[in-house]
Design a protein. Sequence first.
Length: 455
Amino acid sequence: MAQRETWATRTGFILAAVGSAVGLGNIWRFPFVTGEGGGAAFLLVYLLFIALVGFPAILMEFVIGRKTERNPVGALLKYGGNAWKYVGGVFIITGFVILSYYSVIAGWFVRYFLEGFRDSYGGHLEAYGEAGAMFGDLTAGLDAFLLHTVFMIATVGIVALGVRRGIELAVKVMVPALIVLLIGLSVWAFTLPDAGAGYEYYLSPDFGVIADEWTDILPAAAGQAFFTLSLGMGVMITYASYLGEDRNLAKDGATIIGFDTGIAFLTGLLVFPVLFSAGVDPADPGPSVIFISMTEAFADVTGGRLLGIVFFGTVAIAALSSAISLLEVVTSYAIDEIGIDRWKAAVGMGGAIYLLGVPATWDIIFIDLLDYFADSILLVLGALLLAILVGWVAPQVAVDELEKGIGDLGGLGQAWIWAIRVPIIIVLIVSLYLGLVEYAEFLSGDFADWLDANL
Ligand code: TRP
């Protein structure tokens, strides 16, 4: 193998990891799963999950990556032994499934970005009568198909060329821009007539709801936490494998999680006041929540047209830096295991993923079909298998690796391992079980109904 690349700058690794983590998970997925999960009740479980499971889990991927300096499949083989390479197979399937519909949704953002050039968002709103009708019209059919195609070509192109510098640069501009924009818009949302009801729904948890609905909330929070942090399929293993030096991984992990969680939280502060003021039930519209609330927002604020173009464009770029990380894992696997060159691997894998996403441009039910399967099942399964590896198969290696760049952890290293060994593994098993049950319900319920109605 050629000499391995390492990150160009000290912050390059953090930027790339933040670039992977910050994406549609924060802006598109977070507000609608929070809305469906009952608002604040979901938020609380989600934040606990990020801190108690997400943080230990990101460290697991980091130590495996930095220790082995391999792609996820090779890394697991080297770290755990021959049988573990099959876990890499789960990662590849996950990457396939996620990227297929991720690209379709990113295409919707491109579409809304382009619509800003045609007319103001207020003008569109008037023409369609309501934001939901606009969403329905723009996100299914030939246009959605074409933009899925365009987005996938861009992703494949960047991965085929191996432009890592591009990612670093894009993230440096994009993440601060996104934060400034979200803060500005949440200040505006604060002035809306029904902002109070929005904050209450989002921020004031009803423990009764958690007690009654934990079987729905737990798998959804687990899936969302892994999805938004890019965990459970080897992205962070791959990125940490390019670390030349021994850095403080705990500090880096906390920084990445801080940015990612902060951006999602800000999105909620913006979305919920808007939905309540527009009279939209936050639990109802699902994947269209962000588009509906943003159309309302940009129709209302001064300079909304320009802000809308900037917002939708920024999210599309954020999605691109995440999509790249997904395709990079799959591509590096194909390069190493099938032995084809980077260009062929990116085009071949990207092409197959593209085809898997095509049905989702036709009907939104396919987004649910793929999204729920990947998030609540595959990512949780991937994280569970990694937890078994680090917690039970080779714990001391992990602690030793984590201590490089931090120093002697004393009892903390053991605390980390024991947290993984028992509580985290139990939570993941329960989440996975509940996720499977719910998915089976979806398949025999909504999806079966859709099949009856359409075929
Ligand atoms: N984290 C990204 C987002 O929130 C999506 C993503 C990129 C991802 N790479 C991943 C999700 C790997 C799971 C696994 O948009």
